[in-house]
Design a protein around this ligand. Structure first.
Ligand code: TRP
Length: 441
């Protein structure tokens, strides 16, 4: 905004936490386990790790550096670096953020439903049957899902309304350590259940014979989703960043933390799923059916369940905040006020999300999938990899001089050169190859 100083993170630590807060969310605890389950288990996990290291890390540093270089939102960044004709790539990112948040808020609403339910005890979750029934009864009840989605959007809006330093940073500080501690406790409970061993081996013993182009594409899409890449979230966060922060190192830390949480979530979900006879390929309900049964089986289960869903809700909130921040940052740069921009965008996204919330109960479908899967296919498998590829091209080729300098400020030479090699050659080739093979496979 002209004449007004751009908002900045209060501290470097605050930035790392906010970026990690964006990355760690439902993608780790809800999506990663079910996508792993649908794609055959351990081999998918291995491919996912490779995707994070060679593509995710490369794109993340690219986004941070481009945002900090231009001090602008994603549309402004492309226009400034590449000229007016490139603005649409930024727009595509803004659009994709809106699509994701429209269904993400529905799942965010589920977490609120579950934490409310935990208040009433966990005995109705005592078996796979009970938990499965609760899940399908709830998701089939369009009005209720919509109500919780609205509540989730409202809370997201309130935080974004208040701005980066006071809003985003503060939320992220206590959350991450608490989530990790709770996950560790749950891993221990889950792997010691009778019958858990089959789940552990499904999750950790790879069988590469089942890997197809689709598996690799699912892993890459999941990496983009989980690390919040390809549509300008990390770029926007980079634009609020001081020049003395080491970008490659920060990105490495954020990737490591995000991956750790996802891997731990799988280690909670799969042993428990096998122990309770929940199908690992059960789809979006996997975590929401398996975890409640687990809680019903531990002493003080109600307390654990409540704490867990509160944390999951907060993790989802710090991610949804970061998605709402993309279009809001664009409007701020156009001279809008924060309250006006966040309120308007939250309302629009809520309305776009209505079909995702009630689609299940009405049996709606789009491109032969349910509404949420259709939205996530469009965003994760097409728009995000495309956005990531564009980041690689600008950072590694078109504006390589200035982006490389920006990425190297205060950073180790070796890591910066490693990043540059990845972003220039490895990541773009990998994205294109995976995309082509995924289309065929
Ligand atoms: N990474 C988040 C998660 O794992 C979701 C998310 C937040 C996101 N911001 C994003 C995904 C931007 C893509 C782009 O839950």
């Amino acid at each position: 905004m002209q004449g007004q100083k751009r908002e900045q993170w209060a501290s470097k630590f605050g930035f790392i936490l906010a970026a990690a807060g964006s990355a760690v969310g439902l993608g780790n605890i809800w999506k990663f386990p079910y996508v792993t389950g649908q794609n055959g288990g351990a081999a998918f996990v291995v491919i996912y790790l490779i995707a994070v290291l060679i593509v995710g890390f490369a794109v993340m540093v690219g986004e941070f550096a481009m945002g900090r270089l231009t001090q602008k939102n994603i549309v402004g960044t492309y226009t400034q670096l590449q000229g007016r004709n490139w603005g649409w790539i930024g727009w595509l990112g803004v659009f994709c953020g809106i699509v994701i948040l429209s269904y993400y808020s529905v799942i965010g609403g589920w977490t609120i439903r579950y934490l409310v339910s935990a208040l009433g005890g966990v005995s109705h979750f005592a078996s796979e049957g009970g938990a499965g029934q609760f899940f399908s009864k709830f998701t089939q009840n369009g009005k209720e899902v919509l109500l919780y989605q609205g509540l989730f959007m409202l809370l997201t809006m309130v935080v974004v309304f208040r701005g980066v330093a006071s809003g985003l940073e503060r939320w992220c500080k206590a959350l991450m350590p608490a989530l990790i501690v709770l996950l560790i406790v749950l891993v221990i409970r889950s792997v010691t259940l009778p019958g858990a061993a089959a789940g552990v081996s499904f999750y950790l013993k790879p069988d590469f014979s089942k890997v197809t182009g689709t598996t690799v594409m699912a892993a890459l899409s999941q990496a983009f989703f989980s690390l919040s890449l390809g549509l300008g979230t990390m770029l926007t966060y980079g634009s609020y960043l001081r020049k003395d922060v080491d970008l490659p190192k920060s990105a490495l830390q954020i990737c490591a933390l995000d991956t750790f949480v996802a891997v731990m979530a799988g280690l909670v979900v799969f042993p428990a799923a096998f122990a309770f006879n929940v199908q690992p390929g059960a789809g979006p309900g996997l975590s929401f059916v398996t975890l409640p049964v687990l809680f019903a089986k531990v002493p003080l289960g109600q307390v654990w369940a409540f704490c867990f869903f509160v944390l999951l809700f907060l993790a989802a909130l710090t991610s949804s905040i970061s998605m709402l921040e993309i279009p809001v940052a664009y409007l701020l740069d156009r001279g809008w006020s924060r309250p006006k921009a966040s309120t308007l965008m939250a309302i629009i996204i809520f309305v776009i999300g209505i079909p995702s919330a009630i689609g299940d109960s009405l049996g709606w479908s789009l491109f032969g999938k349910d509404i949420i899967s259709a939205g996530s296919y469009l965003s994760d498998s097409i728009l995000m990899p495309f956005g990531g590829l564009m980041i690689c091209l600008v950072a590694g080729w078109f504006k390589r001089g200035s982006v490389l300098t920006e990425a190297g400020l205060g950073a180790s030479k070796a890591l910066t050169s490693f990043w540059f090699f990845l972003v220039r050659y490895v990541a773009p080739v990998a994205i294109i190859a995976v995309f082509l093979s995924g289309l065929k496979g």
